[in-house]
Design a protein around this ligand. Sequence first.
Ligand code: FES
Length: 282
Amino acid sequence: MPADDDKYPTESGRRRFVKGVVGSASLAAVGTGAAASVGVATSASGAGGGLTQFVGIENTDGPAPRGMPLIPVEVGSDGTLSGSFPDTVEDGVAQTEIGGVNYSSAWFQYCGVQTYPGVDPNADQDNTFRVASGAGNTYAWMSDLNAGDPLTVDMFDDYETWGNGIGRSGLGKPALGSWRSVDVSPQETMVVQVMRSTKIQELRQNPPEGVDAEFLRAATTEEGFIAWLNKCTHFCCVPGFKHLAGSAAFGGENAVYCQCHQSVYDPFSPVETSFVALPRPE
Ligand code: FES
């Protein structure tokens, strides 16, 4: 899947960006204490910037500085899947406590997403996960679905055996979705990945070290769903779980792989870490 061209840094901008990435990584290394929730709620230039603690799928290889942030999944009574958005807005930042974790709209404020309409706590959007435009080009099973239609539990019924010839079958069934982005331009659409896996069901039974167990159980579902903002934390490309056969050459065939610079993320390893969120323009 192509990168977001408009967000990809130009050659001259890339050097500046790399400096920023290094700085963020350094801060992330030391900034995992409880005090690092949302370091700066507001500033003259916007809302929600500053040191932010979050839970994401772990970055295990490549140049990405950290994981991609989780979106807590909810299953409606009709089987519709949606992503919970923090419900308390203060100083332009949406926040809510889940377990020992402060879930905040600032989690998504990087790589230009801080300017997207959907990250605004007051956006006129529902939280339904919907079929992403062009999703059928990434996953053949999605090719008969219409962009914008809600993702529903029954679409994932074969999750225990699903495979597409990349890596091992039966690890989980992924979908490419959009979130809080109805009638929003493709360049400003919040692209997400939603997955159902028995490994997520197992994780709920035996939460790993490094993530708040109560948060993990709230952010995933008993049906085995997990979701994350699908925006690479390196240079903002759109990665994917089992979306490219070539990922096997870089050890990414059973993981989430970013084709731009070969970063790999483990969707079965949620970890708590921190980064410096960019302020959302007011
Ligand atoms: S954008 Fe560089 S590894 Fe993803």
